[in-house]
Write a protein that binds this ligand. Structure first.
Ligand SMILES: [Zn+2]
Length: 309
């Protein structure tokens, strides 16, 4: 069965064929059952410190900000057809009660039920995109939000601009009973992870995996097997997880990208996965990222023999 990783598994019906219908969206905004998630500088408002939950609020309490033209996004319909929205809450502190806090989405996501984390990914990516796309890429004029937050339209040249996801391949290169991990220059301690890189235009998934592994580590790659993917809303990436077959063993790291790359045995990797799953990082020990990251899941699946080439 397909496994669902953090930020995947969004339960909402996005009703993408109807959200251009302004009258329909207006009727949803009038629905007293409708809920809205405010995000302040891309951090969702939450309630409760030890076990925070997303602070879904009635639309009515945000009407003034909606009327003022704050970026508003229709996220979708719940199972019971209840409409869900997100809004850029701006920096107005007076609107928030004592119980309200806001958390960075990456910190918060592992604490949330899976479906809530996935909805948060949708909201965060969209609001971030709007914040960075105020002007038309074609003619430079200011653009306007339409289609309930899913399009920005240029009133001058009539171009429509759509939010994008950027595909990134993330892969574990395997040579028999050993797998290749890299240590990033920018991360502290002894944290190793899968190699990864952005797909370039005109490139297939397989070509990207082979290019990135070779660029970063000097290792040549043969077969590539897709495992699973994960939305990663920082800002709007799709992480495409793969296993791939190493055809060579000698490592020559690209010092711009990696401080080090190393082969780990299946047993070593399994121990690293177990450590990362149970507790906070001990930076002196070799480790892999925690379960929120698909890199963890790829390492887990291979080291426990759940996936192979
Ligand atoms: Zn334009």
């Amino acid at each position: 069965m397909e496994e669902i990783y953090c930020f995947a598994g969004n339960p909402l019906d996005r009703a993408s064929e109807r959200r251009r219908d302004a009258a329909w969206i207006a009727s949803l905004l009038d629905d007293p059952a409708a809920l809205i998630l405010p995000l302040r500088e891309l951090r969702p408002l939450t309630r409760g410190s030890n076990a925070p939950v997303l602070d879904w609020q009635p639309i009515a309490s945000w009407q003034r900000r909606i009327d003022d033209g704050a970026t508003l996004i229709f996220l979708g319909l719940g199972d019971d057809r209840r409409p869900y929205f997100a809004i850029d809450a701006g920096g107005v502190d007076g609107l928030f009660g004592d119980e309200t806090e806001s958390f960075d989405a990456r910190t918060l996501a592992p604490l949330l039920p899976g479906p809530e984390a996935a909805i948060l990914a949708e909201a965060r990516s969209l609001l971030d995109w709007h914040a960075r796309h105020g002007f038309c890429a074609q003619c430079g004029a200011p653009t306007r939000v339409t289609a309930a937050g899913w399009v920005r339209r240029c009133p001058e040249c009539k171009a429509s601009h759509y939010p994008r996801s950027d595909p990134v391949t993330i892969m574990l290169a395997v040579n028999g009973e050993r797998a290749l991990l890299g240590r990033n220059r920018r991360r502290p301690g002894n944290r190793f992870s899968c190699l990864a890189g952005f797909m370039e235009p005109g490139e297939t998934l397989e070509e990207c995996v082979r290019r990135e592994v070779h660029e970063e580590s000097g290792v040549r790659i043969g077969r590539v097997k897709y495992l699973a993917c994960q939305p990663w809303p920082f800002p709007s990436t799709l992480m495409i997880g793969c296993l791939c077959e190493a055809l060579s063993e000698e490592i020559t790291v690209d010092p711009e990208e990696l401080a080090e790359a190393r082969w780990f045995t299946r047993d070593e990797l399994r121990a690293m996965v177990a450590r990362a799953a149970t507790g906070p990082d001990d930076l002196t020990q070799v480790s892999v990222p925690g379960p929120v990251a698909i890199a963890h899941q790829i390492c887990r699946r291979w080291s426990y023999g759940l996936d192979g080439l």
